[in-house]
Design a protein around this ligand. Structure first.
Ligand SMILES: [Zn+2]
Ligand SMILES: [Zn+2]
Length: 333
C-alpha cells in the first residue's frame, strides 16, 4: 500500500510503499476512503507534540470500509463503513478509565500519533474504538465529523448553556460546531484573523449571526466562547468578550503561550478550561446527533500524495472548512 510517513518532525512526509497491515486480534483492517486533515496532525508534523511513535503515518479522521477482521471482532463485518477517531486505545483500569473519563487515561494511544493512521491506503484499528457512521454523509463529507465534529462537540458541551456563543478561529471544527449550535437555537459569533473577509463570509454562510476579526467586540456580550485557533493571545481577548460567569473553552491540543493578563478579566467567576481528546461516549452521542441534524461539511479534497500541500495550506490559513485526503486511485476515478 501507499502511505505518507513522518520520519522526523519538521520534515515533509514521505510517500512510501509499505506492506498492507494485518489486523491483530480485536482489530479491523480498513481500506481508507477518506481521511480529513486536523490541526493536530500539523502539531505532530511540526514537532509541537513531542511523543509520536516514529516513523508514524498521521491521520485520525478516517472513513473506510472494513476489509477483514481480527480474531474476536464481533461488532463489524467486512464491507461495513467505519469511522476511526483520535482515541485509539485506553488502559481500561486507571482511575480515569474507571470513572468515565477515558479521554484522560494514564496510558492512552492515539491514532496518527502512537498508532499508524489514515494518511495511507489501508490502516488497522482496535474495533472497540471504531464507529458506524450516520447515513446521508459521503465518505469525504463524513471524515471531518471524526475530530473537527467530535472534539468540537465536546468543546460545545463544555461551553454550557450559552445562548450567545463566540467561536475564535473559524476552520474545520468551528464550521461544524456553528451549525450544531445554530440547530440548538443559539446565536453564534465568529472571530477570525483580522481582515480575513473570506473566513468571515464563510462563517455567515454557515449560519453565524455575526463575524468579525479577533480584535473586534461582538454586538452582544458572549455567554461563553470556544477558541479553536492555537493562539494563546486569544485567551484574554475572549475573556474580555465573555460576561460574568461565562466559560472560555480551549478546544485545541496545543496553543502558543497565554500572555500575562489582569485578574479582572477572569474575575466574576469566569472560567478558562481546556478540552482533551474524546471518550467513546462522546463519539456515540455526536455521531447520533449528526445523523439527526443536517450538518453540511465544507471539504476540499486532496490526493493522498499531496498531503504535504494540504498541511501547508492549513498552516498558512488558506483553507475554508476541512481538507480531506483521498487515495490517489479514488481521486482520479
Ligand atoms: Zn486508562
Ligand atoms: Zn483532530
Amino acid at each position: 500500500m501507499r502511505a505518507m510517513v513522518l520520519h522526523h518532525p519538521g520534515e515533509p512526509l514521505r510517500l512510501e510503499e509499505r506492506p498492507d497491515p494485518d489486523p491483530a486480534a480485536g482489530e479491523l483492517l480498513v481500506r481508507v476512503e477518506a481521511c480529513a486533515v486536523c490541526r493536530t496532525d500539523l502539531h505532530v508534523v511540526d514537532g509541537e507534540l513531542t511523543e509520536p511513535k516514529l516513523p508514524i503515518v498521521p491521520g485520525h479522521e478516517i472513513v473506510g470500509r472494513v476489509e477483514s477482521v481480527g480474531l474476536g471482532v464481533v461488532q463489524f463485518q467486512p464491507g461495513d463503513r467505519v469511522g476511526i477517531p483520535w482515541l485509539g486505545h485506553t488502559c481500561g483500569t486507571c482511575p480515569y478509565c474507571v470513572s468515565q473519563h477515558e479521554n484522560l487515561c494514564d496510558a492512552p494511544r492515539f491514532t496518527g500519533y502512537q498508532i499508524d493512521g489514515g494518511y495511507a491506503e489501508y490502516t488497522t484499528a482496535e474495533a472497540a474504538y471504531c464507529f458506524a457512521l450516520p447515513q446521508g454523509y459521503s465518505d469525504i463529507g463524513a471524515a471531518p465529523l471524526l475530530c473537527a465534529g467530535l472534539i468540537g462537540y465536546r468543546s460545545l458541551r463544555m461551553a454550557g448553556e450559552a445562548e450567545h456563543l463566540g467561536i475564535y478561529g473559524f476552520g474545520a471544527a468551528a464550521h461544524i460546531v456553528a451549525q450544531v449550535a445554530r440547530h440548538q437555537g443559539r446565536s453564534v459569533y465568529a472571530f477570525t484573523r483580522p481582515g480575513d473577509a473570506e473566513a468571515q463570509a464563510f462563517a455567515r454562510r454557515v449560519g453565524c449571526a455575526w463575524s468579525g476579526g479577533s480584535e473586534d467586540q461582538p454586538p452582544a456580550p458572549l455567554d461563553s466562547a470556544i477558541i479553536f485557533a492555537p493562539v494563546g493571545a486569544l485567551v484574554p481577548k475572549a475573556l474580555a468578550a465573555v460576561r460574568r460567569g461565562g466559560t472560555v473553552v480551549l478546544g485545541g491540543i496545543h496553543m502558543s503561550d497565554i500572555p500575562p493578563m489582569p485578574y479582572r478579566l477572569l474575575w466574576g467567576e469566569r472560567v478558562v478550561r481546556s478540552v482533551a481528546n474524546l471518550t467513546r461516549a462522546d463519539a456515540i452521542e455526536f455521531l447520533a446527533l449528526a445523523g439527526r441534524t443536517p450538518i453540511s461539511t465544507h471539504v476540499t479534497p486532496f490526493p493522498l500524495s499531496a498531503a504535504n500541500d494540504a498541511l501547508s495550506r492549513l498552516r498558512d490559513g488558506q483553507l475554508t472548512g476541512a481538507a480531506v485526503l483521498v487515495p490517489d486511485a479514488l481521486m482520479s476515478s
